[in-house]
Write a protein of this length. Sequence first.
Length: 235
Amino acid sequence: MNTPRFDLAISQTLRSGTRSFQLELKLQSPCQQLVVYGPSGAGKSMLLKTIAGLNRPDAGHIRLDGRCLFDSAQGICLSPQQRQLGYLFQDYALFPHLTVRQNIGFGLQRGWRNPARQRHDAAVDYWLEAFGLTAQAGQLPATLSGGQRQRTALARALVTEPRALLLDEPFSALDPSLRQQLRAELAELLQRLRIPLLLITHDADDVRCFGEQTLYLQDGRLVEPPASQTETSHG
């Protein structure tokens, strides 16, 4: 039997005052591109942060391509850096005081020192060119278009040669025409890189483009999608 690319068993409760939210899911998937679909507040971002190591589950395990990132029974919990995952935040989380080149190169630095403005790195140069950002290399994020900010964030996620890519609503901040263009660019890129992808979204077009396997998350649990959602994601 082949090792599943995604093998997750996560039990986690978040509490805020008198309110609590519970994420409870199990899945094994051989697919390279996994899309988790569902409404706002379903726990999608919480799931991605847990896989990335930004949240620690109460119990369970997280394995990607047979590599164990977390296992409560064995006492394994790799740091976000040790997990070697490329994570694209919904708001891109670019450093406003760093140039495009510095933002992309940040993940290659040891510690928290900012990359030098004039430093050139072959890997950074490669992704600047690949995403058409060479002319913007010296600009700050505030001067970029939405598409350029997204490309910068994606280049930063990819420059470290991650073992998998985690994308949180990657196209939600873009206008429809740019969204369509960047979906196509990302699909072509993933075809070349052949790395596992976990994408979370509430957009049916993302499901159609990237959903090799689609899971529906609601109230912290994987459930059968409502009939209307099934029609949307396969229409």
